[in-house]
Every structure is written in structure tokens, then in C-alpha cells.
Design a protein around this ligand. Sequence first.
Ligand SMILES: Cc1cc2nc3c(=O)[nH]c(=O)nc-3n(C[C@H](O)[C@H](O)[C@H](O)COP(=O)(O)OP(=O)(O)OC[C@H]3O[C@@H](n4cnc5c(N)ncnc54)[C@H](O)[C@@H]3O)c2cc1C
Length: 230
Amino acid sequence: MPGRNVLIVYAHQEPKSMNGSLKDIVVDVMSKQGCNVVVSDLYTMKFNAAATRNDITGDLCNPQHFSYGIETKEAFKKGCLCEDILEEQRKVHDADLVILQFPLYWFSFPAIMKGWIDRVFVQGFAFDFPGCYETGLLKGKKALLSFTTGGTEEMFSKEGASGDIRYLLWPIQHGIMHFCGFQVLSPQISYAPEYVSEVKRKEMLMNWAQRLENIWEEPPIDCTPPWYFQ
Ligand SMILES: Cc1cc2nc3c(=O)[nH]c(=O)nc-3n(C[C@H](O)[C@H](O)[C@H](O)COP(=O)(O)OP(=O)(O)OC[C@H]3O[C@@H](n4cnc5c(N)ncnc54)[C@H](O)[C@@H]3O)c2cc1C
């Protein structure tokens, strides 16, 4: 879709990794579609993952009892968040599609990506009360998790040792992305790239490239408990 904006939030240390290749494919395919593709390469940026009082410039509302949620909400309203947060918020604001690209770490995403969420998706910008789930402040945007695993697809089945992969998507897809109003697209899961053949890896990359060709036409998933737990 020419003119659409895509933000890739990318968390891998090694450009030659499978995650690096999956990210490069998005840049390549979606740029060819005429999309504007922006990458937040968190390790290269040395993105600060720690949510601290340094995230607020100027005076705190209550310096005697620091509350990160209250202070960042007020700082957002006053335009007093620090520059690296504001820069990422501008990218999210402009994006029609946000892709999180990461290796699965402990059934979740790497800490640097969690820190990006903690610091960028502040109240008043990404959500509010009211202003969550269907009325989340980032509604109208699409989000997609693309990730790799160490475990095989079989391990991440209902009967497998790790349980259904969908169980662990609930906190991220539902608790973060859907909570903030995103329409969540099906995840792109590349299972066990370290343990499969070169041919299989190429196939995974090709499948991703093919999917991206029609990504704008994809309907979102039904982000309710049955999708995850039935
Ligand atoms: C702290 C930590 C916690 C973890 N927790 C979990 C967990 O809870 N559950 C779980 O399942 N796993 C877990 N893992 C494993 C982790 O998810 C995998 O190691 C990771 O997903 C593999 O992806 P990668 O991009 O790092 O692979 P890489 O090792 O970088 O890549 C795999 C292979 O793909 C090759 N490759 C790259 N690009 C191409 C290309 N274009 N064409 C062909 N081949 C290519 C590479 O050369 C390499 O041989 C954890 C790992 C760590 C470090």
C-alpha cells in the first residue's frame, strides 16, 4: 500500500541472525510496496529499558513519593517526557502497522523490548481510562508479532512440553497491543531456526515475504480468550 507507514521494533543483537533476516525482509518487501518503513533497532540504539524518574524532564508532581505511571502521564500532557521516548512515540503515532520482531526469551520478548513498551506506551498516549481495548488510544493501527523460538512447533502444541504457543501470546497481544487499541494480526512464528535445515529456514523467510505481499488485506484475529485458550 503506497504511502502507508510501517514501524518495525527490532530486538536482536546480530544483524546476520534469523531475526535480522526476518526484519530485512519486511524492509525490502514493504519498501517495494511503496510503504515508508522505519526501524527501531533497539540494541543498536542502546535503547534504555529502565523506567526511571529521568524519563521526566522538569518538576515532578510528587517528588516525595515517585509514581512512574502518574508522573509519565502528567509529563506526556505537559510535553515533559525525555527525548528518546518522544521520538519513539512519534514513530508509533505515524505508523499504520507496528511489527515487533524478536527472539522468544523466557516465553516473552527480550527485556529491551519490554522496556520500550514500558517507557513508550504511557497513559495518555497509548491508553487511558476510558480509552483501552476497543477504545485504546492507538486504535486504527495494526500490530503483528514476528518472532523466533528455540523450541519446535511440536513442543509449543497443546500436548507439547511448553504448551500451546497461544497461551504465551495472551499477555503481549491482548494485555499490551489490544489493550492499547491495536488490531492484532496473526503472529508470524518461525520455530527453532537454529535446529532446522538451511532449506527450511529459507522456506520460513519466503513464507514471511509472501505473507507481507497481502498483509494490508488481512483481517485481525478475534483477540478474545477463546482464540488463546480453547
Ligand atoms: C535469554 C534467552 C531466553 C530464551 N528463552 C526461550 C524460551 O522461553 N523458549 C524458547 O523456545 N526459546 C528460548 N530461547 C531461544 C531463542 O528464542 C532462540 O535462540 C532464538 O529465537 C533463535 O533466533 P535467532 O534469530 O537468535 O537465531 P540465529 O541463531 O541467529 O539464527 C538461526 C540460524 O539461521 C541462520 N540464518 C540467518 N539468516 C538466514 C537466512 N537469510 N537464510 C538462511 N539462514 C539464515 C543463521 O545463520 C543461524 O544458523 C531463549 C534464548 C535466550 C538467549
